[in-house]
Ligand binder design. Structure first.
Ligand code: PNW
Length: 527
């Protein structure tokens, strides 16, 4: 029988954004500063010297933006709450700002009035500056885990009657490595004294990640104990999820791909879903790798109701190099024959390679079909890395992030980000930029991979959120890099749907399960 061409019942799709990247209005209605406010104003931190003071002006244009989303026919919207709007100074003894609560409350009501499911991220990197100044932010385990837990509680109390999908933390890898290792993201700490007056790249990233995982687990514990019984929502973390593929079929490069995954994904996913840190990380980092107490492990393990995955690209991995953040592995997009893995985006780290999204058995993996059979017949993959050989063989041959994570972590997957920055899109005007052929091409590939992962491979994927709804502040890249399916003219703040928005709207309309479509359409009281 031919596989279904429809999405499963109740499949959720929509677009994603984050507060600091779109809102602007940084000193309005009692908002406190976040660590990104001043960071981007320091010399050399922002590629174009610009900052988030206005961004896509969505704090002001929120109603129009929701109307635009509704006109796109989305079923959900993934947005983030700005901690420093809700608790301007951030801490558990600091006052809650009623205006911040009111803003997001109205925002959520408006989404629901349009029949759009709110998918809320609690933390998308905009830590209140007050907490960084007071005790070093994510470096201080005792303080930050309690303050984050308190902030989460305030949000569950204020919005949990209406928000049924929570993401605790977005991409902790970026906070740890880019914020406290390479020093290119706020708070900009690094051992490189040309970059940062203080910081220690050899210890801080591992501590920060550890504290983020614990803070996430503490928030989830509060939700499950105090709110879930009445509010009945789902809560989870969302992780970087780029695929790692061996550069060639040499055993050391097959190992390298696994090592890269351990440092990029296993670092967070193994503790949260399986209850241990990847053994290879401990091997490389020794004492620098922190550990949890048994009580902490008991709340960390199993602390996510689903697998939240942001996935953009694939890296070819070669053993060697001294980059600890990549697991002592070199990344490249250039294949051994000199060809490129995919089409290059504006972002240096991103190439278009949809096969990385689902099962693909490349010809360089001669044993692939045999091992694929093994995977099907033995769904219980070795958990502790104890069965070393088996684990590596499977990884080497099934170059499929989605299939692997279902097998290893065994939870429904919510794809919370996936997107592409078209080269030089900021150098052309709106008329040109809306013809974003490279982004359409990217989404043609990833939506096909999504459907095949669901209907051919049988992977339980429940949601898909292209990044991003709007062109916005791309962190340290400033406004030089655009990921939006909607073009934003940053002078006039006018919005122009791009061809990629049209492509995705049509694609989902044609593939939505008819019963689901009818059910959700009925929920919209406004059009
Ligand atoms: C993610 N890298 O960030 C974030 O969740 C978004 O806020 C961001 O706009 C989007 O992806 C596009 O960049 C990343 O260097 C930032 O590999 C950097 C990397 C990956 C993801």
């Amino acid at each position: 029988m031919a596989p279904s061409t429809k999405l499963p019942k109740d499949f959720i799709w929509g677009f994603a954004t984050a507060s600091f990247q779109i809102e602007g209005s940084v000193d309005v209605d009692g908002r406190g500063k976040s660590i990104w406010d001043d960071f981007l104003k320091l010399p050399g931190k922002s590629l174009d010297g610009k900052n988030g003071d206005v961004a896509s002006d969505s704090y002001r244009l929120w109603k129009e933006d929701i109307a635009l989303l509704a006109s796109y026919g989305v079923r959900s919207y993934r947005f983030s709450l700005a901690w420093s709007r809700i608790i301007p100074l951030g801490g558990r003894n600091d006052p809650v700002n009623p205006k911040g609560i009111e803003f997001y409350s109205k925002f959520i009501d408006e989404l629901l009035a349009h029949g759009i499911i709110p998918f809320a991220t609690l933390y998308h990197w905009d830590l209140p500056q007050g907490l960084q100044d007071r005790y070093g932010g994510w470096l201080n385990k005792e303080e930050i885990t309690l303050d984050y837990q308190n902030y989460a509680r305030v949000c569950f109390e204020a919005f949990g009657d209406r928000v049924k999908h929570w993401l605790t933390i977005n991409e902790p890898w970026c906070c740890a490595v880019l914020g406290h290792g390479r020093g290119v993201f706020a708070p900009g700490r690094s051992s490189d004294r040309n970059r940062s007056p203080e910081g220690d790249s050899s210890t801080e990233p591992w501590i920060v990640a550890h504290n983020i995982i614990l803070a996430h687990a503490k928030a989830v514990t509060v939700y499950r104990e105090q709110f879930k019984p009445t509010q009945n929502g789902l809560i989870g973390i969302t992780l970087n999820g780029d695929w790692a593929m061996p550069y060639d079929d040499s055993p050391e490069n097959i190992d390298a791909a696994q090592h890269a995954l351990d440092f990029a994904i296993g670092w967070y996913a193994d503790p949260v879903y399986l209850g241990f840190y990847p053994p290879y990380m401990r091997e490389v980092l020794g004492d620098r790798m922190p550990d949890f107490t048994p009580e902490e492990w008991s709340i960390v393990k199993g602390s996510s109701d689903f697998y939240g995955m942001n996935t953009y690209t694939t890296n070819l991995c070669r053993a060697g190099g001294d980059d600890e953040f990549q697991g002592l592995v070199d990344y490249t997009f250039t294949r051994p024959d000199g060809s490129q893995l995919g089409h290059q985006a504006q972002s240096a780290w991103l190439q278009d390679y949809p096969d990385g999204f689902r099962a693909v058995r490349l010809s360089i993996f001669s044993l692939s079909s045999i091992v694929l059979t093994c995977v099907c017949e033995a769904p219980q993959l070795p958990m502790e890395g104890s069965n070393h050989c088996n684990y590596l063989t499977i990884l080497a041959t099934v170059t499929d992030i989605v299939l692997r994570y279902l097998q290893r972590y065994k939870l429904p997957i919510y794809v919370t980000e996936n997107g592409f920055s078209v080269k030089n899109e900021s150098d052309v005007n709106a008329d040109e930029a809306v013809k974003d052929f490279d982004r359409v091409h990217y989404f043609q590939g990833t939506t096909k991979a999504l459907l095949d992962a669901i209907n051919v491979d049988g992977v339980d994927i429940r949601a898909y959120f292209p990044w991003s709804f709007l062109d916005n502040l791309e962190w340290a890249d400033g406004y030089t890099t655009r990921f939006g399916v909607t073009y934003v003219d940053f002078e006039t703040q006018k919005r122009y749907p791009k061809d990629s928005a049209r492509f995705l709207i049509k694609w989902f309309k044609e593939r939505e399960d008819p019963e689901t479509a009818a059910k959700w359409d009925a929920k919209a009281t406004k059009t």
